[in-house]
Design a protein around this ligand. Sequence first.
Ligand code: AQP
Length: 328
Amino acid sequence: MKKKLFSGIQPSGDVHLGNYLGAIKKWVNLVNDYDCIFCIVDYHAITVDYDASTMQQRILNATASNLAAGLDPEKCVIFAQSHVREHTELAWILNTVISMGHLDRMTQYKEKSEQHKSNVNVGLFTYPVLQAADILLYKGEVVPVGEDQVQHIELAREIARKFNNKFGEIFPEPMEQLSESARIMGLDGKNKMSKSMNNYISLVEPPESIWKKLSTAVTDENRKRRNDPGDPAICNIYTLHKGFSSDSQIEEVRAGCKSAGIGCVDCKKILNENITTELAPIREKNNELIAKPDYIYDVLQTGAKKCSEIAAQTMEEVREAIGVKPSR
Ligand code: AQP
């Protein structure tokens, strides 16, 4: 039996290179080794201000990006969170096994509360409980995520443990799985690459725009002149090379940066070439898919049907364990 793998992505904006390198590119390669479920987590995306009239298109776009990047719906399940009602039901129950103190320690909550000061809603606070419910509903054992989500997966483990101790062994304790590119910084060089920060290159960015963004991207700020040696370890462009370039190119730019043998512009040009080449078929496929929303809805509907069956079964066990299932 293959291990159960669950992961998700928010339809909160353009899917970007951080999402791609930190999560999606890895997901594509995992579908043969695990029993995979991938979720467009729309109920997570409503924890910040958003325009409801754009949500359907965002769900379609996020699904299309994943399919275009290579997720094969014949080999894994892809669905939207809101299509399977049990996510919120389980989240409510899990809310009762974890303390407010645990949630208050979550760094994403602290960061997002700062970022969205006018709308620090309860959903933003309990976001990691819904995330735990997403995973545990399918008894997920492996969760491939970027570094920013590790604390939430640790909390999901804690929630599973507390639930099992209180009500009996139902959930496995899920483990995060990180990619080589677990934290991609934004082009500003200061913050994590994020949909909401506008510091990203999108997965479907046109070539001219990729270069425009790369050419102004922050590198090692201590490297002021062309002849100064740089430090690849703190250069965001070098991190991106590790996601897109060949081993020999990575070594070439690493050594060149340290010895000042290569300038930042040339280093960026090599990267630009590689990103453009890798993204071209993804952009093309994405355009084809966006023109066929019915196909995307079919994929999501098929996925939701499969997930609903698993979710209903888990909730039967949970309702029985917590004592609310009628005994006749
Ligand atoms: N910069 C990143 N580097 C590596 N991995 C990343 N991920 C996100 N940003 C980076 C990983 O992508 C997956 C999907 O992320 P998400 O959409 O669920 O939410 P997020 O982490 O909150 O992503 P954003 O782009 O920063 O969205 P906003 O701005 O809306 O909050 C996850 O596995 C995540 O770790």
